[in-house]
Ligand binder design. Structure first.
Ligand code: BEZ
Length: 211
């Protein structure tokens, strides 16, 4: 059965460009992002991995480890990395899993045969410190991902993990948040004294809680 939100992210042991990796052990107690690309030495993928390398300090700040995967070999990834560095003006700084046997692709349902029967789609899995899948995204080969959006998702998930709030459409850091639907009205005032702005009984805003 396909992986769903709230499921434990499947564990695996694989080779990467930075040596062998036991996924859960590598994640440790922090957050993680596992993302697939269809193929090494292809244009959109080259820009994507370069984009992630450039904003890696933003993931570090949020205690999020990132790892890429495709069905190419580690040797192929290693050769491609110099092209990424050269063309994207960066230095690769996170591991890429070699998955020629499709172990990870299978565990995470990254091959969608009606799109392409051999290559992984552009999947993103955000995994919490409890090793549960918190968010999944799937893009086709032709659409490069917006990694600023993925950082925004991390910010929202981490905020909701800490405080009883959700984030509205197009939310960004510093914007008002929404009191979680699970919080009863009298409890909302105790949790956020004097700060709840009620628009509807079910739509209650509060300033973003301080971390
Ligand atoms: C790309 O990254 O541009 C790409 C990858 C796989 C198939 C087609 C394009």
């Amino acid at each position: 059965m396909a992986l769903r939100l709230g499921d434990i992210a499947p564990d695996f042991t694989v080779e990467t460009t930075e040596g062998s990796m036991s996924f859960h052990q590598w994640l440790g107690n922090g957050w993680g992002i596992l993302f697939s690309h269809p193929k090494d030495y292809t244009p959109v993928c080259t820009t994507e991995l370069g984009a992630v390398a450039k904003i890696k300090p933003e993931f570090d700040k949020r205690n999020v480890k990132v790892v890429a995967v495709s069905v190419d070999s580690v040797e192929s990834h290693r050769g491609w990395v110099s092209d990424i560095n050269e063309t994207q003006c960066t230095t690769m700084n996170f591991p890429i899993i070699g998955d020629p046997n499709r172990t990870v692709a299978g565990l995470y349902d990254m091959i969608h045969p009606n799109a392409d029967d051999t290559l992984t789609v552009r999947s993103v899995f955000i995994i919490g410190p409890d090793k549960k899948v918190k968010l999944m995204l799937t893009y086709p080969a032709s659409t490069g991902r917006n990694f600023a959006e993925i950082l925004r998702c991390v910010d929202s998930l981490q905020l909701s993990a800490k405080h009883r709030v959700a984030t509205p459409a197009d939310w960004k850091q510093g914007d008002d948040c929404i009191v979680s639907n699970a919080v009863k009205d009298d409890e909302a005032d105790k949790l956020f004294p004097g700060a709840v702005r009620r628009v509807k009984p079910y739509l209650r805003y509060v300033p973003q809680p301080k971390s």
